[in-house]
Ligand binder design. Structure first.
Ligand code: ZN
Length: 266
């Protein structure tokens, strides 16, 4: 067996492991940032939808108030005309117009009351939420129970957190960028070399690594595959010790003697 081929592959695994350990320095920060971004978007949507409701209420209140004022002006005008009415017919006609405007005012006032009641209700719901928070009963709080000020505070907290995590990640990325580039270059060269010398081994390696598995080539450890801990048959040990490889029957990984990793490192 040509043992130099497997040495080339172990070297590739060694380089890929190095990149992996650099990426692990990021300590799950990219995932944390994604989760915070989602929370941030959710909180922003909540605040925006509350603002929209408040804006709509404000506009409607202003419009209704204008209607009331216009009606009152009209009534005042009609009343003045009534003092100048020349006969009962004219007077009664003006009375009917006043009655109509009064009904308009009454309707607008009912709508204004509805808005006020709605707003009061939502304040009461928020008050309930504040109480639950004070009692640490967070699982009982619904979206609408979250008080406006605490929702705003939550948004600010999330912004600060996500910014800190981003800065932390950026500094790690910047610190390690040169090493990562250097390793990527080495990996590319190594892959080209194996492509020419041992294409089938490289295909096997890539196939093993196509899922979530990172370590396609592993050490023989205590007579077992260190990838899955399945025992390697005794009659294969000699070949492994001699610098050959064994395909684990259980997980399919390529098992080699640990000496080969030491050699790949140097
Ligand atoms: Zn295995």
């Amino acid at each position: 067996m040509d043992h130099t081929k497997i040495n080339l592959l172990v070297r590739l695994q060694h380089l890929d492991n190095q990149i992996e350990s650099i990426v692990s320095l990021q300590k799950g920060l990219p995932e944390e940032i994604n989760a915070l971004d989602e929370d941030l978007a959710f909180t922003t949507r909540q605040i925006e939808s509350r603002k929209k409701v408040a804006d709509d209420h404000l506009k409607l209140r202003q419009r209704l108030q204008e209607t009331v004022n216009e009606c009152k002006d009209k009534i005042a005008g009609f009343k003045e005309k009534q003092t100048l009415a020349r006969n009962n017919k004219e007077y009664d006609a003006l009375s009917k117009q006043i009655e109509y405007e009064e009904k308009e005012i009454a309707q607008a006032e009912i709508q204004l009351q509805d808005i006020a009641h709605g707003e009061q209700r939502s304040q009461e719901i928020q008050q309930k939420g504040r109480q639950l928070i004070a009692e640490n009963r967070y699982d009982e709080i619904t979206e609408e129970m979250m008080p406006d000020d605490l929702l705003g505070q939550q948004l600010e907290d999330l912004k600060t957190q996500v910014e800190q995590k981003r800065e932390e990640l950026n500094s790690i990325v910047i610190e390690t960028a040169a090493d990562v580039d250097h390793l990527k270059g080495k990996i590319e060269d190594q892959r080209k070399l194996i492509e020419e010398e041992a294409k089938r081994l490289l295909d096997k390696y890539d196939h093993l690594r196509s899922g979530t598995l990172q370590n396609a080539v592993v050490k023989l450890s205590r007579n077992a595959c260190s990838g899955c801990n399945t025992r390697v048959p005794t009659n294969r040990h000699t070949m492994i010790v001699q610098g050959g490889f064994y395909l684990c029957e259980s997980c399919g990984r390529i098992v080699v003697h640990e000496r080969l990793f030491d050699e790949a490192e140097s």
